[in-house]
Design a protein. Structure first.
Length: 123
C-alpha cells in the first residue's frame, strides 16, 4: 500500500487549498473546483479538500467537535514560519502543549495542524 492523499472536509475547498498552497508551495491540481480541490507534491502525495454541507470546524482543544485529523509540518525556523502562517490566515489556539518544540495552529477552516521546528518530533 502507498498513501496517495490526505483529504480534509471543509466549507470552501478552493479557499482552503489557497491557504495551504501559500503555506507549502505545492501546486493546485488543474481539475480543482468548488467541490473538491487538491495540491500535489513531487512525491505523489496529495493534500486535498472536499466540500461538506454544514461543515463544523474542530474546536481543539475542546473535544465538543473533535479535531478529526491533524497534519504536522517540519519547518526550519519555528518563529518565522508561525509569523508567516498567521499572516496567511492561520489561527493560534491559546493552549500550546509544548511551544518550545512545536506549535499548534489552525487553518482558516479550523483544522488544527502542527509546525515542528528543527529535528525534534512531537510526542
Amino acid at each position: 500500500m502507498k498513501l496517495t492523499a490526505i483529504t480534509l472536509d471543509c466549507a470552501d475547498p478552493l479557499a482552503l487549498a489557497a491557504f495551504y498552497r501559500q503555506a507549502t508551495g505545492l501546486e493546485l491540481h488543474p481539475a480543482s473546483d468548488a467541490g473538491f480541490a487538491a495540491l500535489e507534491s513531487e512525491n505523489g502525495l496529495s493534500l486535498a479538500f472536499q466540500w461538506v454541507e454544514d461543515h463544523r470546524a474542530p474546536s481543539w482543544p475542546d473535544p465538543a467537535v473533535p479535531q478529526q485529523l491533524h497534519c504536522c509540518f517540519r519547518v526550519g525556523d519555528l518563529e518565522e514560519t508561525e509569523t508567516r502562517l498567521l499572516r496567511l490566515g492561520a489561527g493560534k489556539p491559546e493552549y500550546q502543549p509544548d511551544p518550545g518544540r512545536w506549535r499548534v495552529l489552525t487553518d482558516p477552516a479550523g483544522h488544527p495542524f502542527c509546525i515542528v521546528g528543527g529535528l525534534v518530533e512531537p510526542s
